[in-house]
Each structure stands twice: as structure tokens, then as C-alpha cells.
Design a binder for this molecule. Structure first.
Ligand SMILES: Cc1ncc(C[n+]2csc(CCOP(=O)(O)OP(=O)(O)O)c2C)c(N)n1
Ligand SMILES: [Mg+2]
Length: 736
């Protein structure tokens, strides 16, 4: 920052001499604050002009929010604390050290845009060096990431060794930095406090006394919807005042000194580890919501004039003059410097090259670890045979082996934490300590004993809030932990859909590789339960294979589950690990534990039964059903049917599919989900497209009826694909 002449007036000299501070801010800091605020406003104005000239493609301003966000930036530490801002936080990012040029690079969509490489709209901040974490356009999703991030600060105090770099898995590429007293900042608008995720985050932060500062930038509107429509009673402070452990402030956010005072107290409360803070800042929105909005359609002049009287830029100017910190001449000089700086930044940004179109697939997945590679193809551990054959251990179920794999991985990697609904043995630890209870460990007992073995910091119950499970896991994974979270039933994954579609799988791509969130979500899925009905039987895997950035795995037997789960944990991508409930304890596919390093690469199918007459491609609980049909057709008709278990759905093993169809010339794709728009539809379409010349018969699908799953077993049987359905379809196609 260039040295400025503070003017020659006697008042200025006198004030400076006095060494007076304002809520701890020196005069020089106040001048700096004004420079940042003014830069922010004028950068918005520049962008608006560029948008009108069609040199940039969107604009979202931070106008009216500059005072409180600059105060936040000055009260917190860039690159030490963590920041989950929203789109109005331009002045915060400038205060933390982002430059106008960097912001303009995003506006023009340049390759060098540090936030997204030209992939996201302007004002979607993300600066790795400053710990400003990539944000999406969704209102409120980031609040849960902030919770997860703050949980890492807490976790690392108790587990400092977890930060160690370890070669050979995701840890090689993922640093954990922590200091012990770092604070997480998250901001939202007044309208966004209506989102459920906001309340889930407040609940989790209060309950765990997490070091997070929540800032609500209340400009009275959510686009055109006024605050009293969004917030019961019109004041969010009143609504949240019952949350325990918080430090609360309700302030005039157009006053930087008041805002700085509030932030200093709020941050101190968090740094001391006492609990979270909540700052409700009343600000103004002098421009329309965005350049796509015209506020004159819903706000009368009188209201806008009232706001104008509180404009933080003019207020701050008057304050500096009144206090004798700067005179008019010095202000003009400062503003001229800013204008010159911005002009140079605009000129430079407009000349910046855009990313080449070939780069569009970059950073969907980790560029560092390829989970389909041979590194993940390891052998089953040889277990010495007991002399007495009768003492040979009984083969284990899929449930047993998932539990054993989780246990071994937790031993190996202290970054792994497990949480979800009911996954702990017992939240009231004293019952366990006093041996009053045995512990639950999940509704299907897959995590049983893990809390007892690894402690309640590493295995714990979450509130009943699925978005919060996925959002917190995302925030933890961004910081470098490895959450292996559980969604209790696939049927109840939907509250987390925003996190699963718009956040977790997009983080690496949208930040152009700057951030990533490799975590594992174990999800109990599927039907054939006789009594599971519509809300305990759903499949729907294609919804997630349709989302780039997410690995989707669906094992059909115990050994595959162990090997694939280990790959999921050690790899560097987000993985949805689908566990079929009906297969958890099935006699089909039981196996001995394949050892603590057994892995199966993603994207490698297994030929369950070799054949030459027909190919059946399937996965999950249809595998054992199809196998029965295949064996019967062999016995009865002498048909040799090749049965392929895909095992992973994204990526999937096209080579094995193509080789088999090329050999048999007939193919059925079978899956448990509803027929239309299901996972198998894509496989069938690709076969029809790329292997047409090799086909002697139409590509067939066998799947569930296009309806919901009924409770009555007779109805359930009619809905889900049965052995008989598979048998008839195979016979018919073989005879075609
Ligand atoms: C989940 C979601 N719903 C709707 C939108 C569209 N949208 C963008 S901003 C906005 C209003 C936000 O208002 P507020 O939280 O008060 O923030 P402000 O823009 O006023 O600062 C809406 C509805 C969105 N981005 N995300
Ligand atoms: Mg608002």
C-alpha cells in the first residue's frame, strides 16, 4: 500500500498525534479499510460497465455490504483462519488479500482465474492461499461445509499425528494445516437463513461449541422478497437467540468501526474455544440483486433513498473527515489511486487468455490418484491353513467384512472419522464404560464396535439430518480428513441431494483443481426385503452415476465389498459406496477376510460365469438372482451364458462388456431399479451405438416395473426382477 499524505490540516495532525483508536483500529487501519471498501465498490461499478459493454457475462455486486465484510477481513487472519463466504463478500476477499485483477480474471472467465479457471460466475470466491474455500451458487450449502471445517480444527487438537503425510494413498496429496485456535468464517444473506441447511449448521455448531463465526448480511431482501416474508417476525437475531453456547451481536453493518468491534469480540469467543458466534449485520443493497434484476419493480424510491443515507462508502468518508483522519484532498488522492489501479487491472484482465476447450474434463477426478490403476489391484492375503480343518473359520458375511475393513483402515489412517445416524455404539459413553450396554453400531450393525475401539471422537452419531451428514463430511474432506459417513437408507438420501449434486462432486472441477473433498459415503440400498415397502427398498443409483465427479460403487459379495471399500477410502475422489441390504447377511458371496491391504480397482468388472451364447450384465442383488437363472439354463438347455458383475458403476468396465458382447452377440442388461431411465439404459444405449455390428438380437433390459415397491411380498415380487423373469428373458433372447 503506497504511503499517503494525510493532509496538512491541523485537525488531521492533531488526531494522529493523539494515537486514538477505534475499537482497536488505528487511523492507518481505518484509512486502509476505506481504501478496501472503495476498491470493492468501484470494482463492482467497473464490472457493471464491462457487463453493459458485453465484455463480461454476469455481475453480482457486494455494494452496501463493504463495511462489515472489510471488518471481518481485518479481524481475522488470511491463510490461518478459514473462510466460506458468499457472493456479496468481495470486500472481505480484498481485505484478506485477493486482488482486483484476480477478481476480474473470474469476470472475464480467464484461464488464470484463481477461483475457477473461467468455470464459475464472478463473485464465486475461492483462493487457496488465503483459505477462502470454493463456493457454489446455491444459497446456504456452504454453512455445513464451515461446520465440517471447524470440526477438523477441533479434531486435530486431539489427533495431531493425523496431519502426517503418508505416501501411497490420498494423504500424499492432501495437506492438513492447523494451529489449534483457527476460526472458521461463514456468511449468508437474510433470505438464506430460511434454508434448512442453515438451521442444521446452527444446531451442529452450537451443540459442539465449534469455533465458527456466522455472519448474516441482512440487506432486507432476497432478490425481491422482503425479510419479513423469509423470517418469522422479520428479525433473525430473535429467532436464533435460543441456541446455546453462542456469542451474539446485532449491529449496523454499514459502520466499519462498529462491525470491527463486533467481529473482534466474536472471533475472540471462537478462538478461546468457548463456542460459535453469530453476527447479524444490517446492511443495505444500493444496487439491484444482480444485473439480471431491476429493483424498481418492487422497491419504491423512498425506500432506496432511505438506504442511500446509510451507504457505507459515503458514511466512511464523512467519518474520516469528521475524525480528522483524512481530509477531502487526501480522500480524492486515495480514490484516484484506486481508479488507476483498477484501470490497469481491467486492461490486463481483458487481455488474459481463456482456457483451451480441451481442458473441460480436467479436474472432474483426482489427477494424482487413479483408482482404476494397477496400484489398487492387490492380492488376497494368504492365511495359513489351520492344521485341523474343522477349525477353519466360517466364511464371513458382507456385513462382517465391511466392518473388518473399516476397522483395519481406521487403524492404518488416523484421518478417518465415521459418523451418521446411529453409527456409534452408544453416544452416552458412560453406559459403555460401565459395561451396561453392548452398543448398537448402526441399524445394520456395520459399524459395531468401532466407537469402542477408536473412541467417540472418531466414531459418533450425527443429528438426524442427511444434508448435514454430507455437508459436514464435505467440509472435513476439504481440510484433509477422510470422513466415511453413512446414510442409513438410500430412501432417505434425498435431503442431502443438494449437497450430493451441487457440492461434493463439483468442488474439484469448479475450483479448477484448487480444492477437493475426497470422502466416502456408505449407503444402505435396495429391496427384496419382503416387507421393505416403498421407503426401505429404493434403488436410484443412476441419479448419482449421472453426476460427474462422483465415483459410484455397488458390490455384490463380501470379498468385493472389502476390496472396493478399501479402494474407496484410499483414493482421492468422493465415493458413493452402495451396500445392498439384502446382501449384508446373505449366504451367497460369503468369504474369508481378504486381509488388511486387499483392494480391487474401480472400473473392473468380474466375469461371474463364463459363456459364449449370451451376455448378461448386472450388479448388486441381481447378480445372485441372475446366476441362478444362468445355472438353470445351463442344466436344462445347455446354454453357456456369460454373467458379468460390473461392481463399480462409475467408472464402469466397458472393455469387459465390449469383449463379451463381441463374443456372444446377444446381451441383456439387468438391474433392480425401475426400468425406464435406469442405470442399464445407458449401458444398453452404448452397446446399441458402439457394438451394433456385433449384435444378432436386440439389446434387452430386465428391471423393476416402473412403479414404487409395495410392502406385501406378493406385490413386491411382481415389481422387482425375479429369477424367473431373468430366466425367461435369457431363454427368449438365446432363442431369438
Ligand atoms: C438454493 C438456491 N435457491 C435459489 C437461488 C436463487 N437465488 C440466488 S440469490 C437469492 C436470494 C438470496 O437472498 P439473501 O440470502 O438475502 O442474499 P442477498 O442476495 O440479499 O445478499 C436467490 C433466491 C439460489 N442461488 N440457490
Ligand atoms: Mg438479502
Amino acid at each position: 500500500m503506497p504511503t499517503r499524505n494525510h493532509g496538512k490540516s491541523g485537525a488531521v495532525a492533531e488526531a494522529n498525534k493523539a494515537g486514538k483508536t477505534y475499537e482497536g483500529l488505528s487511523k492507518q487501519q481505518l484509512i486502509n479499510a476505506y481504501r478496501l471498501m472503495y476498491t470493492s465498490r468501484r470494482l463492482d461499478d467497473r464490472e457493471i460497465m464491462l457487463k453493459r459493454q458485453q465484455k463480461i457475462f454476469f455481475q453480482i455486486s457486494g455494494a452496501g455490504h463493504e463495511a462489515v465484510t472489510v471488518a471481518a477481513g481485518l479481524a481475522m487472519k488470511a491463510g490461518y483462519d478459514w473462510f466460506f463466504p458468499y457472493y456479496r463478500d468481495r470486500a472481505l476477499c480484498l481485505a484478506l488479500g485477493a486482488t482486483p485483477y484476480e477478481m476480474l480474471l473470474q469476470a472475464v472467465g480467464a484461464a488464470d482465474d484463481p477461483s475457477s479457471g473461467g468455470r464459475q460466475m464472478p463473485s464465486h470466491w475461492g483462493y487457496k492461499r488465503l483459505n477462502v474455500v470454493t463456493q457454489s451458487s446455491c444459497t446456504g450449502t456452504q454453512v455445513l461445509h464451515a461446520v465440517g471445517c471447524a470440526e477438523v480444527s477441533r479434531y486435530m487438537i486431539a489427533h495431531p499425528n493425523a496431519a502426517q503425510k503418508v505416501a501411497g494413498d490420498y494423504r500424499e496429496f492432501k495437506d492438513i494445516t492447523f494451529y489449534g485456535d483457527e476460526v472458521t468464517y461463514v456468511s449468508v444473506g437474510d433470505g438464506t437463513t430460511s434454508e434448512g441447511e442453515f438451521w442444521e449448521a446452527m444446531n451442529a455448531a452450537a451443540n459442539q461449541r465449534l469455533p465458527i463465526v456466522f455472519l448474516v448480511e441482512d440487506n432486507g431482501y432476497a432478490i425481491s422478497v422482503p425479510v419479513e416474508v423469509n423470517t418469522a417476525g422479520g428479525n433473525i437475531s430473535r429467532l436464533v437467540s435460543g441456541f446455546p453456547n453462542f456469542h451474539f451481536e446485532e449491529i449496523d453493518g454499514t459502520d466499519p468501526v462498529v462491525s470491527y468491534g463486533a467481529f473482534s469480540r466474536a472471533v475472540a469467543h471462537c478462538r478461546a474455544g468457548v463456542g460459535p458466534s453469530f453476527i447479524h449485520a444490517h446492511v443495505i443493497r444500493p444496487y439491484s440483486h444482480s444485473l439480471s434484476d431491476d429493483e424498481k419493480l418492487y422497491r419504491p424510491d423512498i425506500e432506496r433513498q432511505r438506504d442511500a443515507a446509510r451507504d457505507p462508502i459515503s458514511r466512511m468518508q464523512m467519518f474520516l473527515i469528521r475524525e480528522g483522519i483524512l481530509d477531502e484532498k487526501a480522500i480524492n488522492k486515495l480514490e484516484k489511486e484506486v481508479e488507476e489501479e483498477l484501470q490497469a487491472a481491467v486492461d490486463q484482465a481483458l487481455a488474459a487468455p481463456v482456457a483451451p476447450p480441451e481442458s473441460i474434463m480436467q479436474f472432474l477426478y483426482s489427477p494424482d490418484i487413479d483408482p482404476t490403476s494397477a496400484a489398487f489391484d492387490t492380492q488376497v492375503a494368504v492365511i495359513s491353513e489351520p492344521a485341523n480343518q474343522e477349525k477353519k473359520p466360517a466364511p464371513k458375511t458382507m456385513a462382517d467384512l465391511i466392518n473388518a475393513t473399516l476397522r483395519d483402515e481406521m487403524k492404518r489412517d488416523e484421518r478417518i472419522v465415521i459418523f451418521g445416524e446411529d453409527v456409534a455404539d452408544c453416544s452416552r459413553e458412560e453406559y459403555l464404560r460401565q459395561k451396561m450396554v453392548k452398543g448398537k453400531g448402526g441399524v445394520f450393525k456395520l459399524t459395531w464396535g468401532l466407537q469402542c475401539d477408536f473412541g467417540s471422537e472418531r466414531v459418533f452419531n450425527s443429528p438426524l439430518a442427511e444434508a448435514s451428514i454430507v455437508g459436514r463430511a464435505t467440509g472435513m474432506a476439504v481440510r484433509g480428513l477422510k470422513p466415511v459417513s453413512e446414510i442409513q437408507f438410500f430412501d432417505y438420501i434425498w435431503p442431502a441431494m443438494m449437497q450430493l449434486r451441487n457440492e461434493l462432486p463439483t468442488i474439484r472441477w469448479r475450483s479448477n483443481g484448487a480444492f477437493s473433498a475426497p470422502c466416502v459415503l456408505r449407503v444402505a440400498i435396495g429391496g427384496y426385503l419382503t416387507g421393505g415397502a416403498i421407503y426401505h427398498s429404493q434403488c436410484g443409483e443412476s441419479i448419482f452415476t449421472h453426476t460427474p465427479g462422483m465415483r459410484v460403487v455397488f458390490p455384490s459379495n463380501a470379498q468385493d465389498a472389502a476390496g472396493l471399500l478399501r479402494t474407496a477410502i484410499r483414493c482421492d475422489d468422493p465415493v458413493m459406496f452402495l451396500e445392498h441390504k439384502r446382501l449384508y447377511r446373505e449366504s451367497y458371496g460369503r468369504a474369508a477376510y481378504p486381509g488388511p491391504d486387499y483392494m480391487i480397482p474401480f472400473g473392473k468388472a468380474k466375469v461371474v460365469n463364463p459363456g459364449t451364447d449370451l451376455t448378461v450384465i448386472t450388479y448388486g442383488a441381481v447378480v445372485p438372482r441372475a446366476l441362478q437363472a444362468v445355472q438353470r439354463l445351463d442344466r436344462e438347455e445347455g446354454l453357456k451364458i456369460e454373467l458379468i458383475d460390473l461392481r463399480t458403476l462409475n467408472p464402469y468396465d466397458w472393455e469387459t462388456i465390449a469383449a463379451s458382447v463381441t463374443k456372444t452377440n446377444r446381451v441383456i442388461v439387468a438391474y433392480e431399479d425401475t426400468l425406464s431411465w435406469g442405470y442399464g439404459a445407458e449401458i444398453a444405449a452404448r452397446i446399441a451405438d458402439e457394438l451394433f455390428e456385433n449384435l444378432d438380437a436386440p439389446v434387452k433390459r430386465v428391471a423393476a416395473k416402473d412403479t414404487f415397491i409395495a410392502y406385501q411380498p406378493v406385490l413386491e415380487s411382481a415389481i422387482l426382477p425375479q429369477v424367473q423373469d431373468l430366466y425367461l428373458a435369457m431363454k427368449e433372447l438365446a432363442e431369438y
